[in-house]
Design a protein around this ligand. Structure first.
Ligand code: AMX
Length: 444
């Protein structure tokens, strides 16, 4: 058994009594109320999911297994490659799954596991080649993942008959098999779609981030960009659309391939992961109008107001939970200030950072006027030559899969049941509100 799996097994065994005790002895303790606004408004703030992989504080931002982003970047084993300053993604996955900071040996052991599992069956590429070349890359990514469903170890073991307590094991096998293949599938889509089908073979000596950069055909330090990007986008607790979708689908014991394909579909919405491509599209629109010149603050304010006045959102700003600047934004901003501070698009992003929050505050609608992760990520990709911005959400998807796979393995390990919240009707809500039949008739 690998170091990671051995460690995970002991963690699961130690954790199970805590969950069982809470359900058995304290199951009736109330942790949240639900208002009518929450029942209609997307369950915002209702505490009804459990995860230990990450926690999102509205003011502090995300912590992965209790560690802030700067702590994660500082504590995890760093890539030894020349000029590398980012940690191994594989070591980060060890942290997500076990809750412990890995030693370098632990991280390298996971990297070896990923290398062993990275081969993608040829039929996946055939499926992708058969799709219309103008399909959105997120559609292709989701389809490529789903095409591999027949490889599921869980389905095979389940059909043979297995104990519920052991479900996590084949989910772990499926999860690692899938994660190891995602960079290959994603880079294949990129090269097929945008680089004239000039596919670059994997380099078995490289780690996940390094190999991804190699297969994309983008030079250093893009390997570090990939590592940072995958880590930052991995997890944002359980309630966001992509994480929740993955968890929900897997709760029906649909295997990892179904769950992660569905997760990708949820991520593809413009209010969620697609916002990173929308940010670049918005900036490009402004650039066209400005003839490439960096707008002054006054000029940028006008563009922001024009977008708002036409009833559209400013992509990359606002958040359902956060109430301050996203630390994932800040980590990428720091990277930009170090590596590309004179880049024209970074200057656009910088001016937007200054002018947008006060405008959103003045407009008074958005509960959080501050930038989120997506406001900054596209500019880095663009700078390193990845200018096909409809591909950006695929990068987000690779990262998000790390967190969602970790969550799903733990869901099965702790025996979380099939998810089934309860709906009510509008009439029931009116009844809760004490609105009488007479009032309803008068309102007509
Ligand atoms: N620009 C303009 N209006 C905004 C806004 C923005 N960036 N953010 C929120 N608002 C508006 C909402 O559309 C809503 O308007 P309405 O009352 O007319 O429907 C109002 O402010 C209240 O919304 P909220 O409670 O502050 O936000 P929410 O929880 O409903 O939605 C989010 C959160 C992220 C979808 C929203 O802020 C948004 O649309 N942002 C722009 C898209 C974006 O950047 N998405 C990426 C988020 C991060 C991620 O998941 N990757």
């Amino acid at each position: 058994m690998s170091i990671l799996k051995e460690k995970l097994k002991s963690k699961i065994e130690a954790w199970r009594p805590r969950t069982s005790r809470l359900v058995k002895d304290y199951g009736n303790v109330k942790i949240s109320d639900v208002t009518i606004e929450q029942a209609i408004g997307g369950a915002r703030g209702v505490k009804c999911l459990t995860t230990d992989i990450s926690y999102l504080d509205p003011l502090e931002g995300i912590r992965f297994r209790g560690y802030t982003i700067p702590e994660v970047l500082e504590k995890l084993p760093k890539v030894k490659a020349k000029d590398g300053e980012m940690p191994y993604v594989e070591g980060f996955f060890y942290l997500l799954l076990t809750g412990d900071i890995p030693s370098e040996k632990d991280a390298m052991d996971v990297a070896e596991e990923f290398k062993k599992r990275q081969h993608v069956p040829e039929y996946v590429f055939n499926v992708l080649r058969a799709m219309p070349i103008d399909s959105h890359p997120m559609v292709m990514f989701s389809a490529g993942i789903l095409a591999m469903e027949k490889e599921s170890v869980f389905v095979q073991k389940y059909n043979e008959g297995m104990n519920k307590m052991d479900y996590w094991d084949p989910y772990y096998e499926d999860g690692l098999n899938l994660l190891a293949k995602l960079p290959r599938i994603a880079s294949f889509i990129y090269r097929l779609k945008y680089k004239n089908n000039d596919i670059i073979k994997a380099n078995p000596d490289l780690d996940m981030g390094g190999n991804f950069a190699h297969m994309m055909g983008i030079r250093k330090p893009y390997d570090d960009v990939a590592r940072l990007y995958f880590i930052l986008h991995s997890d944002h607790e359980s309630g966001n659309v992509s994480a929740h979708t993955g968890h929900l689908v897997a709760s029906a014991l649909s295997d990892i391939y179904y769950s992660i394909s569905a997760m990708i579909d949820g991520l593809a919405g413009p209010l969620h992961g697609l916002a990173n491509q929308e940010v670049l599209r918005w900036i490009q629109g402004v650039m066209d109008k400005m003839g490439g010149k960096v707008p002054s603050e006054e000029e940028m304010k006008k563009f922001v107001w024009d977008t708002l006045n036409s009833g559209q959102v400013i992509p990359g700003f606002g958040h359902a939970v956060l109430r301050k600047t996203d630390p994932r934004y800040m980590a990428q901003r720091e990277f930009c200030l170090k590596h590309l501070k004179d880049d024209p698009i970074f200057k656009y992003v910088d001016v937007l950072f200054k002018v947008t929050p006060p405008i959103l505050e003045k407009q008074g609608k958005a509960k959080n006027p501050w930038p989120n992760v997506d406001a900054q990520s596209g500019v880095i990709q663009w700078y390193y030559g990845l200018k096909e911005y409809d591909f950006y959400t695929v990068l987000f998807g690779i990262g998000r899969a790390l967190g969602v796979v970790s969550n799903i393995i733990w869901d099965r390990a702790l025996g979380y049941p099939i998810e089934r919240p309860k709906s009510v009707t509008t009439a029931m809500l009116e009844d809760f509100a004490g609105i009488t039949e007479k009032e309803l008739q008068t309102a007509k």
